[in-house]
Every structure is written in structure tokens, then in C-alpha cells.
Design a protein around this ligand. Structure first.
Ligand code: NAP
Ligand code: MG
Length: 487
């Protein structure tokens, strides 16, 4: 067992207090397969208590002004920034993310998200439409259900906007990665948010997640995870007519147009596919290149994959840590084996290494049929499928859109204008043009089987609001102040 108290967490945060649970779940380090700690296993009874507490606290929290809520978010940001190293350490331990990835993508992006919602709350205003004053009110009690791939980031993308909107929250982190959620809850307590506004219920999806989705006092379900579970959550929320947002899987295309910088495009796509060991919903995992460039693209992809350092996630030089679990590695390798059985070729990678951790090498798949499983389904491991197209941009765009998913994507063109023209035609929630960086202030979410709703930015905040249009009898210019009086 780890001596570190951050790893021994047997209580739930409900009703403003930490209460030990009867049973606990072990937490593993995916790089060593060793047990590193334990976390509480919440029950349906805890869900009931949390929902009642959140409902009570939410009524008062919703009456604070957006400016007041922004001050709480700023305090939380300051505390988490002070605790950055501890957050990074816990994420390296429970996710197996390399320390550089844990710092930049898991922790710093989560901090940026928090700051962005403090800013949005500070500028939050009612809207005028003719004689109507359109106001947004907190939508109520939020269930935030998150996966294990970016545990802190995923929670922040829900908790920060929910709190900014004036909602109270019940957090259900992934059972495999609860420790970073505890650190977030600690900081929320230390930032002196009103008790009960945030409740933390670690535990399983089948026990805690399902009970949250159907609980009558939960008004909003914000879910990130697999498309399969997302369908069930969406169906249950639909039956109860709850607001629901679903951030689900992806099989995003990286589309290379003729005349683009092939080497830059292919190298960046390999890096995207392998980032966080490929456990990123928005990863570019289908590289689509002109047929004339196919052989060169494969050579560049192989070379880049072989350069990436797989190993101990605590070391700065490591590019890829392990996959999250033994089960996940079996799943990833199964995709590769079936791809080969379907007639594709493994250009590099595709083997399960010896040793205790759940490591898997960056893998490049060539010659797959564009409709084969490996070209269509989310692997959630460092596996890139390289496809080619004949013909013009129309054919390239058609191939990129030939997917049941539509979460993210990339376009590489000889210049920004031609790449942007193709990007405008992709049926997906995000597109990066010529290697442009991710932006936490822009909306993120999926078309088709990649989900419903958007996270981040103004749209991400509106997911947690109900809208009321108030018609006023006099022209707006002469009416009472538009801004909430006590901002
Ligand atoms: P998941 O099974 O969809 O779970 C996501 C969250 O929902 C977890 O907290 C999970 O609890 C909970 N959950 C499970 N069943 C539920 C139910 N019936 N009602 C309410 N909540 C429920 O995803 P995962 O286990 O984290 O990963 C499995 C697969 O999902 C991966 O292999 C990958 O393909 C995909 N995935 C996609 C994304 C994405 O962002 N698109 C992210 C992560 C994973 P537990 O902790 O008990 O599982
Ligand atoms: Mg699961």
C-alpha cells in the first residue's frame, strides 16, 4: 500500500461531510499493475443523500450572482495551481500518463478550462430580443459522470460550467481513476464553496452512475464515455425527460490534401493517435492521404512511431505510458489481430510486450479496407490506420465523412484557405487546420454517434442553464437594468 494519504480515500463527500463507506475499491498503477490505494464504493443510498443535499444547496447557490460564483472559481483555480505537482503525480500514478502529458494535457488544460468559465461567468449577461429579456437560470442538480482517460480534465469540463451556471453537482468519476477527483473535491472544500454544492460519489457505473441518471432529483446528466453506455444513459434520461449531454467516442480523420506538407502532417497524426497512449476521444486515428503519397506516408508514419519512447511514465523522456488496464490492452490488441485477419498489414507495432505494466507500442496499420472494423471503430489505443484516396478533394472529404462518428479531425492543405474550405465540409465537432492547437474556449462535442451537446466555451455553459424569455411592456431601452442588479 502507498503511504501517501492522497491514495487512501475511503469516504464520500455528501451533505458537506466526508463519510466513510462500508466497502472500498482498489486503485491500480497501470505501469506496474500494483495496488496503489483505495477509494470509496458508493451505493444507491449515497446517491439519494447526495441528491437531497444538492437540491437543498442548489436553491441558494442558484441565487448568487455570476460574478460571485466567478470569485469562487478563481479561488479554486488558485488552490489547484498551488497543488499542480500533486495533481500531476496522482494522474501519472492512476492513469499511467507520462509526466509531461499529465502536466500539459491533464492538469494545465483543466486549469485553463476553470479559468475560462470564471471569465464567462464574469461576463454573463441577459440577452435582449425586441421587447424580450432572455435570462438564463441554473438548470438544477447536475450528475457529472466521467471516464478514466483524462479524469481531472473531463470533470473540470462539467464541474466548472455547472458551478458557473449556479447548479449543484454530484460527481461520479470513473471507478478506475478516482484519486484525482478526490483532489478536486478537497480543493473545492478548501475554497469554501457552500457545503453540499459539490458532492463526490466514487463507485461503479452500474451502481452509482445508473442510480444518478434515473434519480428524480437530478435535473441534468452530463456524461462522457463510450458510445455504448452513452446510448443507455441517453435513453434513461430521455424517459425521464432530463437534460442530457453526451460526449462519446470518435474515429477522427486526419485528411491530407494534395500539396500539403506530408511529413509534417503524418508526423503530427502519429503523435495525435499515440498521445495519452491513444486513449483520447478526439485522437486522429484515420490518416487519409492521396494515393500517390501512400507509400511515403507509411514510411514517415513508421519512422515517427518508432521514435516515440514507450515506458516509465514518471520520466520526462517518456512519450507513451501504459494503457489503463489489462482489459483495455486485450481489447486494443484484439482490434489489431482482427485487422490482420481482415487482410490489413501491421507496418509497425502490434505486439504485446512482456512485463507487468499494460504497455502497447505505437502501431501503424496499412492496407485496411476503408469499411473494415480497424478503419471504422474506436480502438482507444495507440493505433493509426492509414488509408488512401484517389481523385479530388470531394473524394477526400467523402472518405473523411464516411464514419458513424463525428467528434474531431484535422485537415492538412498547401495553404490555410484550401484546408479551411475542406474543413468546412467535415461532419465533425472540431477540426484543426494545418496543425493548429486545441482551444479550451471553443465548443467541443460530437456529431452522429459521437454525442449530443457541446462542452467548453459559452455553449458548454449553456448546457447547464434553462432559458426564460420575459416579455416587457415597454421598449427595452426604457426598461429596468438588463444586468442582474447585484453582480
Ligand atoms: P464507459 O464504460 O462508457 O464509462 C464512462 C463512465 O460512465 C464511467 O464513470 C462509468 O462507470 C459510467 N457508467 C458505466 N455504466 C453506466 C451506466 N449504465 N449508467 C451510468 N453511468 C455508467 O467508459 P469507460 O469504462 O471509461 O471506457 C470504456 C470505453 O469507452 C473505452 O474503451 C473507450 O472506447 C470509450 N471511451 C471513450 C471516451 C471518450 O471521451 N469518447 C472516454 C473514455 C472511454 P465505471 O467507472 O464503472 O466504468
Ligand atoms: Mg466502463
Amino acid at each position: 500500500m502507498n503511504e501517501n494519504a492522497a491514495y487512501e480515500r475511503g469516504a464520500v463527500l455528501v451533505d458537506g461531510r466526508w463519510t466513510p463507506t462500508a466497502t472500498r475499491t482498489e486503485v491500480f498503477n497501470p505501469a506496474t499493475a500494483a495496488v496503489i490505494g483505495t477509494a470509496a464504493s458508493s451505493t444507491a443510498a449515497d446517491v439519494d443523500r447526495a441528491a437531497t443535499a444538492a437540491r437543498t444547496a442548489g436553491t441558494r447557490w442558484a441565487r448568487t450572482t455570476p460574478g460571485q460564483r466567478a470569485k469562487y472559481l478563481r479561488s479554486l483555480h488558485a488552490l489547484l495551481r498551488e497543488r499542480r505537482d500533486q495533481l500531476v503525480q496522482v494522474i501519472v500514478a492512476e492513469v499511467g500518463a507520462p509526466v509531461t502529458v499529465a502536466r500539459s494535457a491533464h492538469v494545465d488544460l483543466a486549469l485553463d478550462i476553470l479559468a475560462s468559465f470564471a471569465e464567462l461567468a464574469e461576463g454573463w449577461d441577459d440577452e435582449r430580443i425586441g421587447n424580450s429579456l432572455v435570462i438564463r437560470q441554473a438548470a438544477g442538480v447536475v450528475a457529472a459522470i466521467t471516464p478514466w482517460n483524462y479524469p481531472l480534465y473531463q470533470l473540470m469540463a462539467k464541474v466548472a460550467p455547472a458551478l458557473a451556471a449556479g447548479c449543484s453537482v454530484i460527481v461520479k468519476p470513473a471507478e478506475l481513476t478516482p484519486l484525482s477527483a478526490y483532489l478536486l473535491a478537497d480543493a473545492i472544500v478548501d475554497a469554501e464553496f457552500p457545503p453540499r454544492v459539490v458532492n463526490l460519489l466514487p463507485g461503479s457505473g452500474s451502481a452509482v452512475g445508473a442510480a444518478l441518471v434515473t434519480h428524480p432529483m437530478v435535473n441534468v446528466v452530463s456524461f462522457t464515455g463510450s458510445t455504448q453506455v452513452g446510448r443507455q444513459v441517453g435513453a434513461a434520461a430521455g424517459t425521464a425527460l432530463k437534460r442530457v449531454s453526451l460526449e462519446l467516442g470518435g474515429k477522427s480523420a486526419s485528411l491530407v490534401l494534395p500539396g500539403a506538407d506530408l511529413v509534417a502532417a503524418v508526423r503530427a497524426t502519429v503523435e495525435s493517435a499515440a498521445f495519452n497512449s491513444g486513449q483520447t476521444c478526439s485522437a486522429s486515428t484515420r490518416l487519409i492521404v492521396p494515393v500517390a503519397a501512400y507509400a511515403d506516408a507509411l514510411a514517415v508514419a513508421e519512422a515517427r512511431a518508432l521514435e516515440l519512447v514507450v515506458g516509465d511514465p514518471t520520466l520526462d523522456r517518456t512519450d507513451l505510458g501504459p494503457l489503463l488496464s489489462a482489459e483495455q490492452r486485450v481489447r486494443v490488441h484484439g482490434f489489431v489481430e482482427r485487422a490482420v485477419a481482415d487482410g490489413a498489414r501491421v507496418r509497425t507495432g502490434g505486439t504485446v510486450p512482456e512485463g507487468a505494466g499494460h504497455f502497447y507500442p505505437p502501431t501503424v496499420i496499412a492496407d485496411a479496407d476503408p469499411h473494415a472494423e480497424i478503419a471504422q471503430e474506436e480502438v482507444f489505443g495507440p493505433v493509426l490506420t492509414v488509408l488512401s484516396y484517389e481523385g479530388d478533394t470531394d473524394e477526400a472529404v467523402r472518405m473523411a465523412n464516411d464514419s458513424r462518428y463525428g467528434l474531431a479531425g484535422a485537415v492538412w492543405g498547401p495553404d490555410t484557405e484550401s484546408a479551411l474550405a475542406a474543413a468546412r465540409r467535415l461532419h465533425t465537432g472540431q477540426v484543426d487546420v494545418n496543425g493548429a492547437p486545441f482551444n479550451v474556449r471553443a465548443p467541443f462535442g460530437g456529431w452522429k454517434a459521437s454525442g449530443i451537446g457541446r462542452e467548453l466555451g459559452r455553449q458548454g455553459l449553456e448546457e447547464f442553464c434553462e432559458t426564460t424569455a420575459i416579455q416587457l411592456p415597454i421598449p427595452m431601452e426604457e426598461s429596468c437594468p438588463v444586468r442582474p442588479a447585484t453582480r
